[in-house]
Design a protein around this ligand. Structure first.
Ligand SMILES: CC(C)(COP(=O)(O)OP(=O)(O)OC[C@H]1O[C@@H](n2cnc3c(N)ncnc32)[C@H](O)[C@@H]1OP(=O)(O)O)[C@@H](O)C(=O)NCCC(=O)NCCS
Length: 293
């Protein structure tokens, strides 16, 4: 079947017409054979939609005329930029043009709002998705790491330093608002939308200093934003992490979408972080001037 024939048989319906239970069910069906298993339940998907400013109105579910589910694709919208996420087509209906149809529909929706700059991430070695995005005019801008640290990693003593806890407001103020070309998950809006966000500001004896902002979930530390204001980034990162993990020895940690060239990385590895997997970051169009600060 060509994509034109499929297009006639496929209905694209706004995600807002579905409950989070239905959406989680469709999403999970599209990911049964995924490279990295990431099943979602309704509550997690609802939170994901809120945290990442996904527009239910502009996102789409693909169905046959008979109401049989085919796939889903979600669109995040923020000032001057759009994010494509959760794309999936149910395995036995792939290669009939549904994925491309969903993508084109979301891009049209964003363009209708005068947004022409698109971002997404694709797990490395996911050839079908990578090829689809290249075909639609996306280009690679970098490679991102997802890192994990187990609470079973040996205990750490905090590096001697002047360390100050930052409450939510001060933490978000430090993060600021000029992070619009960071991967979507790490943009300021993602942190501002998240609950339980706080931070650490640390100064070492030699004057090196920096900060780390994070989200503390029940069993997990995640959503890191960090900056070295003076000194060696790897040393500052190690010192910050030593205080964080000393404070929360029993929590798992997952840090998403750190650039492979990030100079803080040696500090993470020294602290027992390991690479879980890599993503390729892709853009379509160029960031508008308001994001090029
Ligand atoms: C990626 C995915 C959504 C593609 O959906 P699909 O409906 O099969 O794709 P389409 O039939 O619309 O294909 C459109 C284009 O994508 C590319 N493509 C799709 N499947 C491909 C494959 N197996 N190998 C290579 N290229 C492929 C091709 O460029 C294709 O164009 P062509 O038909 O002119 O060659 C689907 O494979 C999927 O759901 N995968 C699992 C979930 C996933 O990886 N999601 C993306 C996360 S970033």
């Amino acid at each position: 079947m060509s994509s034109v024939e499929s297009a006639n048989a496929v209905k694209l319906i706004p995600v807002s017409h579905f409950t989070d239970e239905q959406l989680a069910a469709i999403y999970n069906q599209t990911r049964v054979d995924y490279l990295v298993p990431m099943p979602m339940n309704a509550a997690r998907l609802g939170e994901y939609i809120k945290t990442y400013d996904v527009s239910r109105e502009h996102s789409r579910v693909a169905q046959t005329e008979d109401g049989e589910m085919l796939g889903v694709n979600m669109l995040g919208l923020r000032e001057g930029r759009a994010w494509i996420t959760r794309l999936g087509v149910i395995p036995n209906t792939r290669r009939h043009g549904v994925g491309q149809l969903l993508m084109e529909s979301l891009m049209r929706n964003a363009e209708g709002l005068h947004i022409h700059f698109f971002m997404l991430e694709v797990i490395k070695h996911n050839t079908p998705a990578h090829q689809l995005f290249l075909k639609l005019g996306f280009y690679e801008v970098g490679e991102l790491l997802v890192l994990r640290r187990s609470p079973l990693t040996s205990a750490v003593d905090p590096v001697v330093a002047d360390a100050r806890r930052l409450e939510r407001h001060d933490a978000l103020t430090l993060v600021g608002w000029d992070r619009g070309t960071q991967p979507w998950t790490n943009q300021s809006e993602s942190l501002a939308n998240a609950f339980e966000v706080s931070g650490l500001y640390l100064t070492l004896a030699d004057g090196s200093r920096g900060w780390l902002v994070y989200q503390r979930q029940k069993f997990l530390l995640t959503r890191f934003a960090f900056k070295t204001e003076a000194g060696d980034p790897a040393t500052v990162a190690y010192a910050l992490l030593s205080h964080l993990h000393h404070q929360y020895p029993r929590l798992d940690t997952q840090v998403e979408n750190i650039q492979i060239s990030d100079p803080h990385l040696p500090g993470f590895y020294r602290m027992g972080y390991v690479e879980a997997f890599r993503r390729i970051e892709m853009w379509r169009g160029t960031p508008p001037p308001s994001l090029q600060k």
